[in-house]
Design a protein. Structure first.
Length: 117
């Protein structure tokens, strides 16, 4: 296990979802860097089935998604660490929510790159 995760927790039910969340974050960044086309300044940032594209913005705004994923994973990991001492089950929920949140944001990144090809 990486040293930082050993510092956070020795319980594998807290470590493994946090590792998975970090992997999802790295995949998000990789997809955004290599998946978006480089021409043009603005890209589609939101799409609905009823209205189509309803939010177009600058290219740097799409990198807020991995930032949100990182903030969510770090805050859930810290909460899991603090709750593990008092209530283990709540710590498990926080660590699993980090992985689920990162996965959902990964799906958002994949869909946004498909729209912007």
């Amino acid at each position: 296990m990486p040293r930082i995760l050993r510092f956070i927790s020795k319980d594998p039910l807290i470590q493994y979802p946090l590792i998975i969340a970090i992997l999802f974050l790295l995949i998000q960044i990789t997809i955004l860097v290599f998946g978006l086309r480089s021409e043009g300044e603005s890209i589609f940032l939101h799409y609905t089935t009823y209205l189509g594209v309803d939010y177009v913005g600058s290219r740097f705004l799409v990198y807020g998604i991995p930032l949100a994923s990182m903030v969510w994973s770090v805050s859930s990991g810290l909460l899991a660490h603090h709750m593990e001492r008092k209530e283990k089950l709540l710590g498990y929920f926080f660590s699993i929510s980090a992985a689920i949140g990162a996965f959902l944001l990964l799906m958002l990144v994949i869909l946004l790159t498909r729209i912007n090809r």
